[in-house]
Design a protein around this ligand. Structure first.
Ligand SMILES: [Zn+2]
Length: 203
């Protein structure tokens, strides 16, 4: 499902126990950053958010929290929220529910969170069922596509701008792979949100 920049309603409707977007009554957008923490990139993200007073949600890979605990602690001290993104960034579809849950529990030992986002958006119905009482399973409504090495950055930025709505959950990545696109897209998108009167909150 990651090939849509914005997630169509029919797809959201197939998985009603997952969180795809938030209520649209207010001009609030929810920024999320996946696959960190990374000592340089996550700090850079936090520095971009700070002048706007934006608090965001970081879906962390447990193994990166183990490697960079001070970065994870810094994000929290800045008022950002951490979510579970498995210990080793594994795909639900390629793992038994038992192994998948084990990997999520390993991540829980690093960060205690009631938010979970499945890597690649790949999660089976059985896995959803096993997790939904303990976690808010958060998908997204809008992808920055910053992970795409061949990204047309200008087009991606325009897509983000035109598809942003009240309650949008937007995905970026604080990872090496996405870094170059992220450094282009994020400052411009933050400026757009500010100019358009959106505020941003944690999930
Ligand atoms: Zn991920």
């Amino acid at each position: 499902m990651i090939w849509y920049q914005s997630i169509p309603f029919w797809l959201q409707g197939l998985f009603p126990s997952l969180v795809w977007q938030k209520p649209a009554e207010q001009a609030v957008v929810y920024l999320t950053f996946d696959d960190g923490p990374h000592p340089d990139i996550s700090r850079w993200v936090a520095e971009q958010l700070k002048p706007y007073g934006i608090k965001a949600t970081f879906f962390c890979v447990g193994d990166n929290v183990r490697k960079y605990p001070e970065t994870a602690a810094y994000l929290q001290s800045e008022g950002h929220r951490l979510g579970n993104h498995t210990m080793h960034h594994i795909k639900g579809w390629n793992n038994s529910t038992e192994d998948y849950i084990k990997d999520i529990e390993l991540c829980q030992q690093q960060i205690d969170s009631n938010l979970f986002r499945p890597p690649y958006g790949r999660i089976s119905r059985k896995q959803i069922k096993a997790l939904k009482d303990k976690f808010h399973i958060v998908m997204w409504s809008l992808l920055s596509c910053d992970f795409d090495r061949n990204l047309n950055k200008e087009k991606a930025l325009n897509g983000l701008k035109s598809k942003t709505k009240n309650g949008s959950i937007v995905v970026f990545h604080d990872s090496l792979k996405a870094e170059s696109n992220l450094r282009y897209l994020l400052p411009k998108y933050l400026e757009f949100l500010h100019q358009s009167g959106y505020t941003c909150k944690t999930l």
